[in-house]
Design a protein around this ligand. Structure first.
Ligand code: SF4
Ligand code: SF4
Length: 410
């Protein structure tokens, strides 16, 4: 096993873990493992005092990797990674062993629970010896906005955003903004269309569909496709996207999403219901936000909606964008991206098919695929699917997993 200064911290989680296994035996046995220079227990590691203690131990003992044996990583992995970072230790040099949900809460016999916890901790210690520091990077948000749909909802949102000096591109499939209204909203549509035409901040692309959308909050790329023009419009870069496509019928029970909406939702990886309307982040607390950060929905694009509600939602969307998509703000990119080996890739493109984030592209000259690390979300789908073993999912390498398993089984 490669050398390192490994610290192991066993959290008692009050009585949750402390009463259900022999923590003293765990700490003692762990202290004899190669590379472990510190093995301790603490009552509640996630408490303010526990966090301070952990940071101090990392610094004082010059630890270069740590194992936290505690609750589920879903609950506190971020907490402990943050502590590492503050203590000057790369957060990816930390590994959690879940001895609460996976042991304390499910294994009644105290001796068995102690043995099982020891195995999980050995696996985590082994794994950390193969960890490599990974670094985060930040990219500056693009403050521009793409509004898909040039009806009352899209124009209202755009005009509020334009008042705040944002640049907006409205993409509309009809040949004129004036065409977008039904009889009830015609006067308002015409008034809004006149205002939109007089705003230099707003660009309108008519007779245009969406070909592809890739990216994430702060950095979307929208590829439009003109229905009639001979020259394709350029890609549009934007920090947020507003879905304002209207709907084909207005009756509350009968309404369905507009033609082409499901395809747009698919490009953005937003689930739709049986009527084709998008899921919301939260029906009552965040009714204009979709589950995808930076993508909003307003008016009939989200379901049956009357005029007053359409205007209220559109203003809410604009307000949400103005308060979150702040010029100059940086968003962090995912450090645990996948990497494709040029020599092992044989160009089958399976990875390209399974990537839901548009992060894989095919090089027509080299006949191989590569991953765009800005777009990659580190889901690992491509690494699991590649038949050539050409893709390495960083922080989940075969070596790391093998070492962890070896620790579990010895
Ligand atoms: S799945 Fe693997 S071999 Fe196939 S194109 Fe992608 S990286 Fe190359
Ligand atoms: S790890 Fe996921 S997001 Fe990244 S390239 Fe592979 S499939 Fe796409």
């Amino acid at each position: 096993m490669p050398s390192g200064r490994i610290g192991v911290f066993v959290c008692a989680c009050g009585p949750n873990i402390g009463d259900r296994m022999d923590i003293d035996r765990i700490v003692q046995e762990v202290s004899t493992i190669d590379g472990v220079v510190l093995s301790e227990t603490y009552g509640l590691l996630c408490s303010p005092a526990g966090k301070t203690y952990l940071a101090e131990q990392i610094v004082d003992n010059k630890l270069d990797r740590i194992v936290v044996a505690a609750c589920s990583p879903r609950e506190h992995e971020r907490t402990f990674m943050d502590i590492c970072e503050k203590a000057g230790l790369n957060p990816f040099m930390m590994q959690m062993a879940n001895i609460r949900e996976q042991v304390a809460w499910v294994t009644k016999d105290k001796d068995l629970a102690t043995d099982k916890a020891l195995r999980l901790i050995r696996g985590a210690i082994n794994r950390t010896t193969r960890h490599k520091p990974l670094s985060k990077s930040g990219i500056v948000c693009n403050p521009e906005i793409v509004v898909i749909g040039g009806g009352i909802a899209g124009m209202t949102t755009s005009l509020v955003l334009a008042e705040a000096d944002r640049r907006i591109t409205i993409i509309e499939r009809a040949s004129s903004l004036y065409e977008t209204a039904d009889s009830t909203g015609r006067t308002l549509t015409e008034t809004l269309a006149d205002k939109v035409e007089n705003r230099s901040e707003i660009t309108v692309l008519l007779e245009t569909e969406i070909n592809e959308i890739v990216g994430f909050f702060g950095n979307f790329i929208v590829r439009p496709e003109a229905n009639t023009y001979e020259v394709e419009p350029d890609d549009i870069q934007a920090g947020s996207i507003v879905l304002a496509t209207g709907c084909s019928t207005g009756d509350s029970e009968e309404s369905v999403s507009s033609p082409g909406f499901t395809e747009i939702a698919d490009m953005l990886r937003i689930e739709t219901n049986e009527h084709g309307f998008p899921a919301r982040e939260h029906d009552s607390l965040a009714p204009v936000s979709t589950p995808i950060d930076g993508v909003y929905v307003t008016g009939c694009a989200g379901g049956s909606c009357d005029l007053l509600m359409t205007i209220a939602q559109s203003e809410a969307v604009a307000g949400t964008i103005l308060s979150s998509l702040i010029p100059g703000r940086e968003v962090e990119t995912e450090p645990k991206t996948s990497v494709i080996s040029e020599t092992l890739c044989r160009g089958c493109r399976i990875c390209l098919e399974v990537c839901s984030y548009g992060a894989v592209s095919f090089d027509e000259e080299k006949l191989i695929c590569s991953v765009n690390s800005i777009l990659c979300k580190g889901c690992g789908n491509c690494a699991a699917a590649c038949p050539s073993g050409a893709i390495k999912a960083q922080h989940f390498t075969p070596d790391q997993i093998r070492y962890q398993l070896t620790g579990l089984l010895t």
